[in-house]
Design a protein around this ligand. Structure first.
Ligand code: KIV
Ligand code: NA
Length: 265
């Protein structure tokens, strides 16, 4: 396996090869995601929602992110592992941000960190990069600021917000981020941003004019039927596959069909 690096992602953009990224939060899933040839595995703070069952990404802690990330890192042979800095671990000042990023790198073995925001978190990004830790940016819908915006609807539809987003993207490139995520923004805006910078733009709900795509693994595998935003394509119906298997198991246990002669010692 040739390992994916932050440098290979920038090369992929230059060569026009699209980047595939998916989330993973545990060893067994990460092994499958890596083995299937995914370029980047994001240990997203979406673990707060899809692993822990919280309504938002705000409650997940740095320790919990490190637990998820270290589980993922043990499974991978090729993918680049990017770990989200959780809410509260980088916003207060650059020193705290660096301390949090160092903990992730040392204790999980991840290869890079991601954090949300533009000019607001400039000093934190600078400080982390200065320590030699690669940083992925995240603009557009930034779920850690959900209480500021109030909804999960599409962002930067208005001129002022779009202008700030474009400026922030240029700033992230200039600071030295190796890539950035654009979440839930109009496709024409995402395309314009991707064209304006040399680092890869990975979209989620940001259309096809960007340099790569990311989805949450439990969403794209169809594990939760109640979540179906327009941008989501389901590649499997794991909810039904798992549910049917478990129902059959339950019934086999009740009837005494499981285990049979061959399944015992
Ligand atoms: O936490 C996450 O899953 C993310 C992706 C949606 C980009 O940040
Ligand atoms: Na996230």
């Amino acid at each position: 396996y040739k390992r994916v690096t932050v440098k290979s992602l920038v090369d992929m953009k230059r060569q026009g090869e699209k980047i595939s990224m998916l989330t993973a939060y545990d060893f067994t899933t990460a092994k499958i995601v890596d083995g299937a040839g995914t370029d980047v595995i994001l240990v997203g703070d979406s673990a707060s929602n899809v692993m822990a069952g919280h309504e938002t990404t705000l409650p997940i802690t740095l320790d919990q992110m490190i637990y998820h990330a270290s589980s993922v890192v043990r499974a991978i042979k090729r993918s680049l592992v990017v770990v989200d800095l959780p809410f509260g671990s980088y916003q207060s000042d650059a020193k705290e941000a660096l301390r949090s990023a160092i903990r992730i790198m040392k204790e999980s073995g991840g290869h890079a960190v991601k954090l949300e925001g533009g000019s607001e978190v400039k000093d934190s990004i600078k400080r982390i990069l200065k320590a030699g830790i690669p940083v992925m940016g995240h603009l557009g819908l930034t779920p850690q600021s959900i209480y500021k915006f109030g909804t999960y609807t599409v962002r930067a539809k208005e001129e002022a917000e779009a202008e700030k987003l474009k400026k922030d993207a240029l700033m992230l490139e200039k600071l030295g981020c190796f890539a950035l995520v654009l979440e839930k923004v109009p496709a024409h805006l995402a395309k314009e941003v991707a064209k304006s910078i040399s680092i890869p733009v990975i979209g989620i709900g940001a259309g096809n004019g960007v340099d790569g795509q990311v989805l949450v693994i439990t969403d794209m595998l169809g594990m939760d039927k109640s979540f179906s935003p327009r941008f989501l394509r389901r590649y499997a119906d794991l909810h039904d596959i798992m549910s049917n298997a478990i129902e059959t198991y339950n019934s086999d246990v009740k009837t005494g069909d499981f285990p049979n002669q061959d399944e015992q010692y």
